[in-house]
Design a protein around this ligand. Structure first.
Ligand code: PRP
Ligand code: ORO
Ligand code: MG
Length: 194
């Protein structure tokens, strides 16, 4: 699957949103990939994650386990794991930082694929990779459906993206006037329990 085919799944789901969004990182953008609108469709999710699983295998060979950052990573992590024929776990925020909870435990020596939905700055991916390492895991690849950083993000492990875009994002005090004129939405979960 190439970037245009991935974007077509987002467009057809109404998931390619224009407006004024504050991103997980705190940066602002006029474009938001509302992946949950794609993941509500099992067949679209299957197509995307089957392709991501193949790309992971091509890049690093067999893995033993997928681990994703909640909330957005849970569905693509599970579906990618299904195509890789391995288990799927997730980390979730506890007091602001990602932890492996729910009695999940990492088998010794497991080769782990960290599976993220969208990468913007790479911060959430790095936090997830760090949480996996803190739980004793070996992350051999950081994979995502869409990297919107133009390849500049560093997720903290060898990086595989199914699609790659370069979408502008701005600090709050450097907004272009056309963006500043639009009311802001905060669609993610990072600040939900603040
Ligand atoms: O590369 P970054 O700059 O970290 O941005 C990408 C992250 O932002 C979103 O998560 P968010 O924290 O908004 O919550 P969600 O997973 O519940 O959507 C998305 O799911 C990624 O995890
Ligand atoms: O950076 C983010 O928080 C982000 C960007 C995006 O396009 N989609 C998303 O779910 N999160
Ligand atoms: Mg997320």
């Amino acid at each position: 699957m190439n970037t245009e085919q991935v974007l077509e799944e987002f467009r057809a789901s109404g998931a390619l949103r224009e407006g004024h969004f504050v991103l997980s990182s705190g940066l602002h953008s006029g474009t938001f990939l509302q992946k949950n609108l794609v993941f509500q469709y099992p067949e679209r999710t299957e197509r995307l994650c089957k392709a991501l699983a193949a790309k992971i295998k091509e890049a690093v060979g067999e893995v033993d386990l997928c681990i994703s950052p909640a909330v957005g990573g849970i569905i693509p992590g599970y579906e990618t794991a299904r195509h890789l024929g391995v288990p799927s776990m997730y980390v979730e925020r506890e007091g602001g930082s990602f932890k492996l909870r729910r009695a999940f435990s990492i088998p010794p020596g497991a080769r782990i694929a960290m599976v993220e939905d969208i990468v913007s700055t790479g911060l959430s991916s790095r936090e997830c990779v760090d949480a996996i390492k803190a739980a004793g895991g070996n992350v051999v690849v950081a994979a995502c459906i869409v990297d919107r950083s133009g390849g500049r993000a560093d997720p903290g492990a060898p990086f595989v993206a199914l699609a790659r875009l370069d979408v502008p994002a701005y600090p709050a005090d450097q907004l272009p006037p056309e963006l500043a004129a639009i009311p802001v939405e905060d669609p993610g979960s990072r600040r939900l329990h603040g």
